[in-house]
Structure formats: C-alpha cells, structure tokens
Design a protein around this ligand. Sequence first.
Ligand SMILES: [Zn+2]
Ligand SMILES: [Zn+2]
Length: 270
Amino acid sequence: MTVKIPFDYHMHSNNSCDCRVTMAEMCQSALQKGIPEIAFTEHFNRKPEDMCFDKYVPAPFFRDIEASREKFGPQGLTIKAGIEVGEMHLYRAEVDKVLDAWPYDVVLGSLHWNNGESIFERSYFQKRDALAAAREYFTELAQMVEAGGFNIMSHMDVIKRMGYQVYKHFDITEYEELVRPVLAACIRQEIAPEINTSALRMAVNQTHPTLEAIRWYREMGGELLSIGSDSHRPDQLGTGLDKAIEIAKEAGFTQLTKFAGRKVQEFVAI
Ligand SMILES: [Zn+2]
Ligand SMILES: [Zn+2]
C-alpha cells in the first residue's frame, strides 16, 4: 500500500544561499509526487560566520511565493511561506522584526552552530568524544527550544550528519537523558518536533530523529508533529516521508500538524 503524504514542510529554493533550484521546479516535483501541500523554509542566519549570513531577503522570497501560488494553486498545490531560522535564541530581536514584518505560515528553528562552532565541520567532532558532542549540542538545543518563537524544531539530532563520519556510530538511545529535556521544552513551548528524512540520504542513513525519540515524545504527552525532506533539489522532495509517517504511527501518532499564520492550523490524519 502506498502511503499518502499530506505535506512536506522542509525544503529550500534559490532563495536559500545553498540551493540553486527555482520554486517552480520544486512545485512541479510536489505535484508529480502527489504531495498536496509544501512549505518553503529558506535559510535565515544571523551568525556572521554562517555561509548564508546576510543572504536571505524576504521581498523576492514572497514575490516567488505569490507567483507560485498563482501558478500552482489552481493545480491543487497549497504553498506555505516558511523560514528556517538558525540559532534563534541568540538573535531573537532581529529575527522577530523580520518574522513580524512578513506573512509567514511556519517557522522552523534550527541549531547549526553549537557554542559558536559549526557542527558541520569535522574538527568539531575531532576535538571531543561522542558523548561530549551530544551533551553540548542537546544542552544548547534545549535552551533554544525553551526560548521559543518558532513552530517546528528541525532535524533534532543533526549532529549525527558529520558526527557519524567521525565516530562511525550514532544511537540516540545512548543520549536519552539529554534528549528528554529537549522534548519537554517542545511540549511546554508548543513546538512540533520534525521527522526530517534528509539523513536517509547520507552515510548515517537514519531519520532525524529515529523512532525511539518520537516514542519518548509521545509518551511524555507530545501532540504536535511535523515531517520534512529538507530537500535542496526536486528529486529529493518528499523522499523518505513514507518512512517518517511509518515512524510517527509506530510511536502512537494518528495525525500530523499543519501550520498557517505561524499557528497550528489543523491536524491531518495519517
Ligand atoms: Zn538545517
Ligand atoms: Zn533545511
């Protein structure tokens, strides 16, 4: 049986500094794959060392969103205006100014830097052991979530992308007491964790996160949940989301969360 994918809430277009494809190409891919709703979640980073620092501009992004809605809306595609904000807890005032000035539907919060160091650099992991990396990363992630201001917590264990290449191993159950405070903060702040499928396309070959963490979240009373492919190319769009839905169901979820106007819009059955 093919799984019906209700939405893909994590993707990029050439409004992100690390992506070359147009919104139209991504929209066409969504239609071809039968995914009825997508959110463009472009990188917005205020850390000066970040490769995308100062590259994000809301006006052309919203022009592209409007044009895409006009063209692809009548074909049955719902297009949400999203954004992926890096290290929001550190740049809250300037980020809020942008979020409040434009009609965003959904805001993703991401931690790509831990205590000022890039977690996509090999050197971050060479300097510390796996436990120290996890402790430092999840501690700051919990702080970021607790500070709130966004709807979806992206790729909660993104440290495993590069960490796996250095340590050749990642098992989230080894970090349960570090991850639970992050999930508790999500529940308090009404932030939906995301099952992000991008690392299925990488050496680690796991979803962000794996089933165990989604199960902890559910047991703790978590209700909001999102899925996203974190695609930067049309062929990546939606990939692995069937698996993400399987994980959600196995963890006890019967529905996923749609957002509009930076609020929960409705729940959709899976
Ligand atoms: Zn990210
Ligand atoms: Zn992303």
